[in-house]
Write a protein that binds this ligand. Structure first.
Ligand SMILES: Nc1ncnc2c1ncn2[C@@H]1O[C@H](COP(=O)(O)OP(=O)(O)O)[C@@H](O)[C@H]1O
Ligand SMILES: [Mg+2]
Length: 317
């Protein structure tokens, strides 16, 4: 097949969470070429996409566009335009991406469908905010943007923190009830009608500095020499060790896949409440697919090599 690996258009001095898409693109292109496909890599630009497709004439586009002009909220432009131009592409539809990129909207849909997610309060009315512990996070951006050691605050500090984050990073910020419990990041792979929940990864917090919020913050994801990076450890085995909890996690993933009409590859992030209920934090459609990221680790755990994973994503499109 002729495959066009389409990635975000990124400046050389972009932050690490944006440069990551280039690492993924390189790895995906290398795998596909080694499997005998004719591969081309290109950056997504709205104004020249049509010409690019006409010239490249791909059978399929491997969509790795995570943002446009550095904004995650614009990422759905890529699948929207590809669909309008009648091109086959990997991953989710523009609609599924737009909905799941919007955390408060996703949470409202989860609640309405009877799926558990932590309570939240969002502007403009902030209704429901009380004196408890809250995490202030971006409504539309991911990659733990703005999640530093000061993002977990008491109710009365929420508005000031949200204003400070908006001033620093732009965009809209909301508060979600802070859940201290265990964290799971679960990879799901497949097509709209047939999918598999891959081995479930728990993110453990080890030798964690006292007073530092137990979260996978910006440092844990992107700063290799930080205490957050060193202290977050991925562990598999909940299916064997705690089948009842694993069944609840799997059932929630299955329902999420159906509810949002997902396809390709997605990761669902959970925290487990004190009573043992898994609470959905967010849904990552087209999550990071670099060889060293969580999705590839889950595939590996399932006996699926990186090559086989990339090929499976192409086949599911
Ligand atoms: N309500 C919450 N309670 C506890 N920790 C949270 C909560 N929301 C987010 N976190 C922590 O912050 C991390 C990033 O938040 P998440 O909602 O997954 O956004 P994203 O990964 O898109 O930046 C999570 O992996 C988790 O460690
Ligand atoms: Mg997340």
């Amino acid at each position: 097949m002729k495959i066009l690996v389409l990635h975000s258009d990124i400046a050389a001095n972009a932050p690490p969470e944006e440069l990551d898409t280039l690492i993924a693109a390189e790895a995906v292109a290398t795998v596909l070429a080694s499997r005998g496909h004719a591969v081309e890599q290109a950056a997504f630009r709205q104004e020249s996409l049509k010409e690019l497709l006409a010239r490249s004439a791909p059978d399929i586009v491997f969509n790795l566009v995570e943002g446009v002009h550095g904004q995650g909220r614009l990422a759905p432009l890529a699948p929207e335009m590809l669909a309008a131009l009648g091109v086959r592409f990997t991953g989710v539809s523009a609609k599924a991406m737009a909905v799941t990129n919007d955390k408060p909207l996703t949470k409202r849909m989860l609640r309405e469908a009877g799926l558990a997610t932590p309570g939240w309060a969002a502007p403009p009315d902030w209704s429901g905010l009380d004196g408890g512990q809250w995490i202030v996070k971006s409504a539309l951006e991911d990659a733990s943007l703005g999640l530093d050691d000061g993002c977990v605050v008491q109710g009365p500090q929420v508005l000031a923190r949200a204003a400070a984050s908006a001033a620093k990073f732009g965009g809209s910020w909301f508060a979600e009830r802070y859940v201290e419990g265990r964290e799971f990041n679960i990879a799901v792979l497949g097509s709209k009608d047939s999918w598999q929940v891959l081995p479930m990864a728990e993110m453990r917090f080890e030798q964690w500095p006292a007073g530092k919020p137990r979260i996978v913050g910006y440092d844990a994801k992107w700063e290799e020499d930080s205490s957050g990076w060193r202290g977050t450890v991925r562990v598999f085995g909940v299916e064997q060790g705690e089948p009842a909890l694993a069944a609840k996690l799997k059932s929630a993933c299955d329902q999420v896949w159906r509810l949002f009409a997902l396809s390709g590859f997605a990761r669902v992030d959970f925290r487990v409440a004190e009573d043992g209920t898994p609470l959905i934090l967010e849904i990552n459609t087209n999550p990071c697919i670099s060889p060293d990221a969580g999705f590839a680790a889950a595939a590996q755990e399932a006996g699926l090599s990186y090559d086989a994973l990339i090929e499976a994503i192409v086949r599911a499109a």
